[in-house]
Write a protein that binds this ligand. Structure first.
Ligand code: SF4
Ligand code: SF4
Length: 305
């Protein structure tokens, strides 16, 4: 079978997401990245699950580099401050309080939007960078990812920090600089703002689900989010055959294509638990993920033509 080409632009950004954790998102993202590289497209696998990134356990980058992710934090000059409260009123996140003759800044609530700086007439507010995480990147193992190769980029939130979207944006920016033909975004689970930051402007979202009642419920939420964002979706049913849940019926009734089914197979779980690549270590793995990669490209062509 002739492999399906990339869209005419020669580039494709695929977000791999799920309505809930534990559905097999990392399994799909890592193996899909490998298929893209082996199919001749330089790839960037971007781990946007910044609270608990683990793509690099399966595809460790060679000679990785890292840079901090920082967000601006307002600093008040008490001598210049006239306690007018304008900064507090301008802050949509409740990160500032005027209390006891001083302005208090709550760093964990601050989104670094700069609104307070712009409304402070006496210019009593400056901004200082505050580290919230890091981005690490490096080349994919050359032997594993030939012929096209690529990179693994990991967004990692510092312990105790909550600015996940900032780390995700930095990881995606780093991947853009690497200029891959294919970008695979491994999104955080759920439908909160961090998931939105990860899937925004993707060409297609691959939603990984499992045939359970919880899987179906969270799939519905994820499809709804993707529709609100105007990004086309396709579904991967992982652990197919483990139960009956109505996932297939839901996809059919909503016109959501099922791109692949990965069977409920003890060996898949064992390979994954050992940090292995199912595409290489399971006798059927390469066929599953080659077919999935082709189905993703076909879906991308459908929606872009
Ligand atoms: S806007 Fe400026 S002057 Fe007014 S309370 Fe805030 S820091 Fe002080
Ligand atoms: S930078 Fe934005 S979020 Fe942070 S304190 Fe100022 S107004 Fe609030």
């Amino acid at each position: 079978m002739t492999p399906t080409p990339l869209p005419p632009s020669g580039r494709l950004t695929v977000a791999v997401a799920s309505g809930k954790g534990g559905t097999g998102k990392t399994l799909v993202a890592t193996n899909l990245a490998l298929m893209a590289a082996r199919g001749g497209s330089p790839v960037a696998l971007v781990d946007c699950d910044a609270d608990a990134p683990n793509d690099a356990l399966f595809l460790p980058p060679a000679s990785p580099l890292a840079e901090p992710v920082e967000v601006p934090l307002p600093v008040i000059d008490a001598d210049a401050c006239i306690l007018c409260g304008a900064c507090r009123d301008a802050c949509a996140y409740g990160a500032l309080r005027v209390l006891g003759g001083t302005v208090l800044v709550f760093p964990e609530l601050c989104h670094g939007c700069g609104a307070c700086v712009s409304v402070c007439a006496p210019r009593a507010i400056t901004e200082q960078p505050r580290r919230v995480g890091e981005v690490e990147w490096g080349r994919l193992d050359v032997a594993l990812a030939r012929p096209a190769g690529g990179s693994v980029v990991t967004g990692r939130l510092d312990v105790g920090e909550v600015k996940t979207p900032a780390v995700i944006r930095a990881a995606r920016d780093r991947a853009t600089v690497l200029r891959p033909a294919v970008t695979i975004l491994d999104a955080p689970p759920g439908v909160a703002c961090s998931a939105v930051a990860a899937v925004r402007r993707a060409d297609i979202i691959v939603l990984v689900t499992e045939p359970t009642a919880f899987g179906l419920h969270d799939l519905e939420l994820a499809v709804e989010l993707a529709r609100e964002m105007g990004v086309p979706v396709g579904v991967v049913i992982n652990r197919d055959g483990m139960g009956e849940s109505g996932v297939e019926e839901y996809c059919m009734s909503e016109g959501v294509p099922v791109l692949a089914r990965i069977p409920f197979d003890r060996r898949v779980a064992e390979i994954y638990a050992e940090g292995g690549l199912v595409a290489d270590e399971h006798p059927d793995g390469a066929a599953w993920f080659e077919q999935l990669w082709d189905a993703v490209k076909r879906r991308a062509l459908e929606v872009t033509s």
